[in-house]
Design a binder for this molecule. Structure first.
Ligand code: M6R
Length: 353
């Protein structure tokens, strides 16, 4: 039930800090350590490569999964769009593990790959929000998102839950115990709370940047690029502003031609190592007329920046940076007069290939 909320999407955005805390609880053992089922741990440890397969928002979460699995657990990881898998299947050698990420657990494109991979005899894990869903039943292992039902077509809390569960999976396989993920996720949950408490500020930004626009861009580097792709999907699917998420440095290789007087370009800057480079790209588009909006992590901000996010662990910034982009999509859609929860041409769960 959406209760006091005008739309499920807003309710689901608001629930994210609570979902994060619930996930940490669910994956904690009695000794207070993060834990995944032993059979799954063995299956992942036996793998020399992980193939993540997903669609849409879940696919975007997959890129963060790759980052965590490679950086924390040292396992080479590839990310595949499910509907493209059969045309360009990965070259498989050794002992792969296939990981399916799906909020609904019912997505036909992902299921088609799961069926094929099972025929090939490889081990499979589904990360899903729905216990007993098709992809969960058909895979060898399941990790649940514990996000509660997600009703709005635009996926929000499932994305942050997917990233959190992927981080937990990677951390439980990590040799280094110095990264206190439980503690760091707690900091993220609190930071999410403070962004959500100031959502009016984001409503104002939506009004200033997006109300009468036909197109927009999100740009970022590294982890911020992955979030930019998700941010763009969110904005386009409900507000119908044609939005691209772009690697900030790649704009000048062609796409910058689309920048006109007033084109909104929203830049995400959460990583110290690439902040100055992204700032350079912001200047490039600003000098060509773009209406730039900078969403930056505390500590990296400049006075002219529009939105400052509380500082969190550099590897977990996507969990936080996505929240204002969800709110921007929400408010832009309201202001443009469309149905937030039920965008045209879309269904919550896509059960056709
Ligand atoms: O249920 P799934 O996670 O498998 O769904 C995948 C996509 O269809 C889904 O994420 C879609 O892109 C959302 N509408 C995005 O907000």
């Amino acid at each position: 039930e959406k209760g006091m909320y005008p739309y499920y999407m807003l309710k689901e955005i608001d629930e994210q800090p609570a979902v994060l805390r619930r996930i940490v609880q669910q994956y904690q053992n009695s000794a207070g350590e993060l834990e995944i089922p032993n059979e799954l741990k063995q299956a992942v440890e036996a793998a020399d490569r992980i193939h993540i397969v997903a669609c849409g928002t879940s696919y975007h979460a997959g890129w963060l999964g790759k980052h965590f699995l490679e950086k924390m657990a040292g396992i080479p990881t590839e990310v595949h769009i499910a509907s493209e898998f059969s045309y360009n299947p990965p070259l498989i050698k050794g002992n792969p593990l296939f990981v399916f990420i799906s909020q609904s657990g019912e997505t036909a494109d992902s299921r088609q790959v799961l069926v094929k991979v099972k025929e090939w005899g490889y081990p499979t894990l589904t990360i899903t929000n729905v216990q007993g869903s098709t992809l969960s039943r058909e895979a060898n292992h399941t990790l649940l998102l514990h996000a509660g039902p997600e009703i709005a077509v635009a996926s929000t809390k499932a994305y942050t839950a997917q990233i959190s569960v992927l981080a937990i999976l990677a951390a439980t396989l990590s040799e280094e115990k110095d990264f206190a993920l439980i503690h760091e996720l707690g900091i993220v949950a609190n930071a999410m709370d403070s962004i959500i408490a100031e959502k009016e500020q984001i409503a104002e930004l939506a009004e200033a940047y997006l109300t009468d626009k036909r197109s927009a861009f999100y740009i970022g580097r590294g982890l911020d690029y992955y979030v930019s792709m998700e941010a763009a999907l969110k904005l386009k699917e409900i507000s119908y502003v044609q939005t691209e998420g772009f690697a900030a440095g790649e704009l000048k290789h062609g796409t910058i031609a689309l920048i006109e007087e007033g084109t909104p370009v929203i830049a995400l800057i959460t990583q110290a190592e690439n902040a100055s480079h992204t700032r350079g790209n912001i200047e490039e588009v600003r000098s060509r007329g773009a209406h730039t909006c900078v969403c930056v992590m505390e500590g990296l901000q400049q006075e002219s920046d529009q939105l400052v996010l509380p500082a969190v662990h550099p590897m977990l910034t996507p969990l936080l940076a996505v929240v204002p982009t969800q709110l921007l999509a929400y408010y832009a859609t309201l202001q443009r007069g469309f149905d937030v929860d039920k965008p045209r041409n879309l269904a919550k769960s896509v059960t056709v290939e």
